[in-house]
Design a protein around this ligand. Structure first.
Ligand code: F6R
Length: 596
């Protein structure tokens, strides 16, 4: 998974490409490069982040070019393995996001034909195939190249003696930004918002020829496709850091707005009985990866509590191996990016099994949105920090809305109950504001985590997944090994690991799990582990057993994952900050995982 970009227009391509790459950096940041057509084709690429590339790069004049920011999958991060790749003549350059599955066989064949390879990557075969097939028509060469390869791709090709870029897409995102006398092609719209808000989403199997004044899309058979552009509502400011030290902190603080926007309109549809689904399903299956999987786990509690419909949760990467035991469950795929390869594969498998599919995603025009029966869009706005924050809490909103909708359809919720819960949902931005106000207090409380090597996160019932999410956030941005556990499970093994050097973060709110959680916290205290408890304001019993407490406002227990999540996000953020970690770009990670 990587970020790619191409530009054709009157501006200096170098500026546009670097600006776009900075915005695509969340997709990968171990190496980067650009190729620009001036008097000839020049490439500059290196290991490291875009900021380093921009500082080190000489001025490359020209108005046509391609750029790439990499998250290594095939070949370690290095200057040699960075994109763009040049053909043997130095006339042509390719950037690619995806995996060429038959690259070893192709490489061997091409070497036999005299091509010289300079990298360990799968991508390099693309540029040599382009060279082999080029007979004066770049688009024709691209079509021939695509016939030879197996795998997935979003790719852009530039050639020194052509005034156009050609691009292709299969299972990796690609979007064209239509400007006035200039056009951009990139992995995602954030790369082009500075120049245009008119986007043409490219579909699987399509190819594109892009000139400054014209963009032509071709279908798989080479027939031109007419498509109206979509006007993107995200703005450049949405994707900027806006005075915050990190995108992650900005995005944590944006949650009241993100939640408000995600509910807006949907609550009216809920009232009108037209939200998300029309029929009562016999069962529900929620499928996702990572943080979105945790939202699905919370979703299971919500749906079973509100609608009493049997609900299962599956990791998207495991879904394909599971036998089909239920009669066409409503299959809900949660993916903020809409591009996660495992979740897309699960969506396709669910359709093959004849299941009705609903996607919950944050990205309009994303691949998943085009592959399912129904889509619910969260409206979190662009999320740049690699660690998901506002997209998670807005996914939780989607789960509450789905739960209530199912409750209406199954007649398990009366009008009054629906009204009561929706009015509490409307108040959620205010409650989150109260958690955010506690920033300095939370920062001080994280002292016990800062030098830990391992930590445990404990919760029960609906807040068991909340604490799994807390542990995931801590490990990905602070590099502290953290385990989320159902608090009742502690005594079945992990208690052996607790000692004074292993802090425990525990969620203990005043619901039906309260007494048991207090007991679990006491068990931990007896093993000398430092305890950071998250409780309800003014809970003196909790304060008596924990070393430090931070508090969240009391809400209806079913909604408690929302303020608790914001609290665990702040805990991981401040811990990672004190440890001096690269919060927005943790090592080895990238935001959109388009390989399975
Ligand atoms: C963690 C994180 C990842 C993603 C996962 C799925 O902070 O962001 O665990 O949740 O890669 O991504 P989406 O939701 O885009 O399918």
């Amino acid at each position: 998974m990587c970020g790619i970009i191409g530009y054709a227009g009157p501006r200096e391509a170098q500026e546009v490409l670097l600006d776009g790459l900075r915005r695509l950096e969340y997709r990968g940041y171990d190496s980067a490069g650009v190729a620009i057509v001036g008097s000839d084709l020049k490439v500059f690429k290196d290991k490291g982040e875009i900021s380093k590339l921009s500082t080190d790069m000489p001025r490359l004049a020209g108005h046509l070019g391609v750029g790439h920011t990499r998250w290594a999958t095939c070949g370690r991060p290095s200057q040699q393995n960075a994109h763009p790749f040049l053909d043997c003549t130095g006339q042509m350059a390719v950037v690619h996001n995806g995996i060429i599955e038959n690259h070893l066989a192709l490489r061997e064949k091409l070497i036999g034909e005299g091509h010289v390879f300079t990298s360990e990557t799968d991508t390099e075969v693309l540029v040599h195939l382009m060279e082999k097939h080029y007979k004066g028509d770049l688009h024709a060469a691209l079509k021939e190249t695509l016939k030879d390869i197996k795998g997935t791709y979003a790719m852009v090709v530039v050639r020194a003696d052509c005034d156009e870029l050609v691009a292709a897409r299969k299972e990796n995102p690609l979007v064209v930004g239509l400007g006035v006398g200039e056009n951009i092609v990139a992995s995602d719209v954030t790369a082009m918002l500075n120049y245009t808000n008119k986007a043409l989403y490219i579909m699987d199997g399509e190819t594109v020829v892009l000139r400054p004044d014209k963009v032509t899309i071709y279908d798989h058979d080479g027939v031109p496709v007419q498509r109206d552009p979509v006007v993107v509502t995200w703005t450049v400011d949405d994707a900027k850091r806006g005075g915050f030290e990190h995108y992650m902190l900005k995005e944590i603080f944006e949650q009241p707005t993100a939640i408000h926007n995600s509910l807006l309109g949907s609550l009216d549809e809920l009232e009108a009985g037209s939200l998300m689904i029309d029929h009562e399903p016999a069962s529900v299956k929620l499928v996702a990866c990572g943080t979105s999987y945790h939202a699905s786990m919370v979703g299971k509690y919500i749906i079973e509590a509100l609608a009493k419909i049997p609900t299962t949760v599956e990791l998207a990467s495991e879904y394909r191996y599971m036998p089909n035991t239920e009669e066409s469950p409503l299959t809900v795929l949660l993916t903020q990016s809409g591009e996660t390869a495992d979740t897309l594969a699960a969506a396709r498998e669910a359709r093959r099994r004849g299941c009705p599919t609903l996607a919950v995603t944050n990205v309009v025009g994303s691949t998943i949105a085009r592959e399912v029966d129904r889509v619910f869009y969260t409206k979190a706005g662009p999320e740049i920090g690699v660690a998901a924050t506002k997209t998670y809490t807005t996914q939780l909103m989607a789960m509450y809305l789905l739960g209530i909708r199912l409750g209406q359809l199954c007649h398990t919720m009366g009008r009054d109950e629906v009204r009561e819960l929706t009015s509490e949902l409307r108040a959620m931005p205010r409650y989150i504001g109260k958690v955010l106000d506690r920033g300095p207090e939370v920062e001080a409380a994280t002292e016990m985590l800062v030098s830990a090597r391992d930590a445990f996160y404990l919760g029960r019932n609906i807040n068991y997944p909340t604490m799994l999410e807390g542990a995931l956030k801590l490990k990905e941005i602070s590099y502290i090994h953290a385990e989320g556990y159902a608090a009742g499970e502690l005594k079945h093994g992990p208690l052996a690991l607790l000692d004074a050097s292993t802090p425990v973060v525990a969620a203990c709110i005043k619901d039906h799990t309260y007494a048991k959680m207090l007991a679990n916290i006491s068990e931990v205290a007896a093993r000398d582990s430092p305890i950071l408890a998250i409780g309800i304001e003014g809970d003196s019993d909790l304060a008596a057993v924990a070393d430090t407490t931070v508090s969240v406002p009391a809400v209806n227990p079913i909604l408690s994952p929302v303020p608790l999540t914001v609290m665990v996000q702040l805990i991981s953020y401040y811990t990672a900050r004190k440890r001096g970690c690269p919060i927005d770009k943790p090592r080895n990670l990238a935001k959109s995982v388009t390989v399975d």
